[in-house]
Ligand binder design. Structure first.
Ligand SMILES: NC(=O)c1ccc[n+]([C@@H]2O[C@H](COP(=O)([O-])OP(=O)(O)OC[C@H]3O[C@@H](n4cnc5c(N)ncnc54)[C@H](OP(=O)(O)O)[C@@H]3O)[C@@H](O)[C@H]2O)c1
Length: 113
C-alpha cells in the first residue's frame, strides 16, 4: 500500500514550482490531490501531469469567495480534506512610508487568509 492512499490533499499554489513538484510526489504516493492557482492554462497542465488523481480548482487564495468555492469543490468530490499544504505565498517588502493599503491587502490576503 502506498503511503498516502485514501488521503485527500490540498496544495495551494500547485500550478508551478515547489507546489507542483509536491503534487507529483503526493500523487505518486497514492493521494487524491487538489491544486489551486490563478492561471487556468497552468492549472490544466498541472492537473494533467501529476496523474489522474489530481484536480485543479482555479482561484485566488487571497479571496474568500474563491476559498469557499475551493472547499465546496473538495467537499463534493472527496468528502473531506486530510492534508493541507499552504504553499502559495509571497513576500514583498516596502518601507513604512511606502506601504499602501493595496500592498497590505495583497500580502495579508495571500499569506494569511
Ligand atoms: N523558491 C524559493 O527559494 C523560496 C524560498 C522561500 C520561500 N518560498 C515560498 O515557497 C512557496 C513556493 O515557492 P515557489 O518558488 O515554488 O513559487 P512559484 O514557482 O512562484 O509558484 C508559486 C505558486 O503559487 C501560486 N500563487 C501565487 N499567488 C497566488 C494566489 N494569490 N492565489 C493562488 N495561487 C497563487 C502560483 O500560481 P498562479 O500564478 O497560477 O496563481 C504558483 O502555483 C511560496 O510561498 C514562496 O514564497 C520559496
Amino acid at each position: 500500500m502506498k503511503k498516502f492512499e485514501g488521503k485527500t490533499v490540498l496544495i495551494t499554489g500547485g500550478t508551478s514550482g515547489i507546489g507542483f513538484a509536491t503534487a507529483q510526489r503526493f500523487v505518486a504516493e497514492g493521494a487524491m490531490v487538489f491544486i489551486t492557482g490563478r492561471r487556468l492554462s497552468e492549472l490544466n497542465l498541472g492537473a494533467e501531469q501529476p496523474g489522474e488523481n489530481a484536480a485543479g480548482v482555479q482561484g485566488d487564495i487571497g479571496r474568500l469567495p474563491d476559498l469557499d468555492r475551493l472547499f465546496e469543490t473538495i467537499r463534493e468530490k472527496a468528502g473531506e480534506l486530510d492534508i493541507l499544504f499552504a504553499n502559495a505565498g509571497l513576500g514583498e517588502f516596502a518601507s513604512l512610508g511606502q506601504v499602501t493599503e493595496a500592498h497590505f491587502e495583497k500580502v495579508f490576503g495571500v499569506n494569511i487568509k
